[in-house]
Design a protein around this ligand. Structure first.
Ligand SMILES: O=C(O)CCC(=O)C(=O)O
Ligand SMILES: [Fe+2]
Length: 354
């Protein structure tokens, strides 16, 4: 979701979410999500989110499960990824420690106006933008030479080391998944991973959702699909909040201590010619507890043109999307204006356009 858009002026928000949370304020109109054009039926449908054991993906049965999860729900809970519960707890712990620091310490890493990295809220690019009841720390982790280390927290002291280590593990998990996803569709295993290019981008986003006095009026994150190829999400251990849209119902994603939620972003929907789905999701708030999550997004480098894999285009499934570069920025702008980014790259007349 985060973008690198250059806008001439950014709208300033008068009071921070944290201050409003502490004061128990009625959320101001800019935060009110009601009437959002994605507003679908609200429900707490009991649809199970698939659980996939990555250590079993060399077996046909689990690979088939992966394919089916990604072509129906577009997300799953990954277990067997080789990271222990206590390791994941360490990441949750440093994230919380950072957010608990005094505001002036966190402001040392503040996102500059019109930039996407750093601590704070999303860039405000449109008057129509509904604001999220959250604050976050966004950091580019790959390519390594693009890291802005001045924005990496010095406190807690092990933050950088832990983030570095986690990023390497998640990167290799994502690459493995991309290969498995291609194999599950009878493609060459590099069909997807190769489109990410030599220098894929990876962003880490630490999300923090304070309690809200009126959770029925605001969202922690409004409905969106991710701009990424794949997103790997470490959820809060106890506090739920993530919901995915399945068959027009908002479905709660359960918290499982040692699982990582995997959801596909728009760029995988494009590359798979619409076979795999980029899932619409949102985050709800609650009155009592704060919630944290750490989302890791990977996407092709901005100079890499991506498009549907040739082997997935045929007469019965014509090419659905044109080739595109730097899709991330298109997605971010559309998202903030309440538009659907994938529609801008969709081929409507089924011509053989590239
Ligand atoms: O906090 C979450 O569970 C999800 C966050 C999310 O969707 C995002 O950062 O794109
Ligand atoms: Fe997301």
């Amino acid at each position: 979701m985060a973008g690198n858009l250059l806008v001439s002026e950014e709208k300033l928000v008068p009071k921070s979410v944290k201050e409003m949370s502490i004061d128990g304020d009625e959320p101001p109109p800019d935060y009110k999500a009601n009437g959002n054009s994605f507003g679908s039926k609200d429900s707490s449908a009991q649809v199970p989110i698939p659980i996939i054991d990555l250590s079993l993906l060399s077996s046909e049965g689990e690979l088939e499960k992966l394919k089916s999860a990604l072509s129906s729900a577009g997300c799953f809970q990954a277990i067997g990824h080789g990271m222990s519960s206590s390791y994941l707890d360490k990441i949750r712990e440093v994230s919380k420690q950072f957010f608990e620091l005094p505001e002036e310490e966190k402001q040392k890493y503040a996102r500059a106006v019109n930039e996407s990295e750093g601590y704070g809220n999303d860039i405000v690019v449109s008057d129509k933008q509904v604001l999220d009841w959250s604050y976050r720390l966004s950091l580019r982790v790959f390519p390594e030479n693009k890291r802005r280390l001045s924005l990496w927290p010095k406190i807690p002291t092990d933050f950088s080391k832990i983030l570095e280590e986690f990023s390497v593990k998640v990167k290799s998990m994502m690459e493995y998944l991309l290969r498995c996803m291609a194999t599950s569709l009878n493609l060459e295993e590099g069909s997807f991973v190769d489109q990410f290019g030599e220098q894929p981008l990876m962003l880490a986003r630490f999300n923090f959702y304070p309690p809200c006095s009126r959770p029925n009026l605001v969202l922690g994150v409004k409905p969106h699909t991710d701009r990424s190829g794949i997103t790997v999400l470490l959820q809060d251990k106890e506090v739920k909040g993530l919901q995915v849209l399945i068959d027009d119902n908002w479905v709660n994603v359960p918290t499982i201590a040692d699982a990582l939620v995997v959801n596909l972003g728009d760029q995988m929907q494009i590359m798979s010619n619409g076979i795999f789905r980029s899932i619409m999701h949102r985050v709800v708030t609650n009155t009592e507890k704060m919630r944290m999550s750490v989302a890791m997004f990977n996407e092709p480098g901005p100079d890499n043109e991506i498009g549907p894999v040739e082997g997935l285009i045929n007469e019965s499934r014509p090419r659905l999307y044109r080739n595109v570069k730097n899709y991330g920025d298109i997605n971010y702008k559309c998202y903030q204006e309440g538009k659907i980014a994938l529609e801008t790259v969709q081929i409507t007349n089924n011509s053989n356009q590239k």
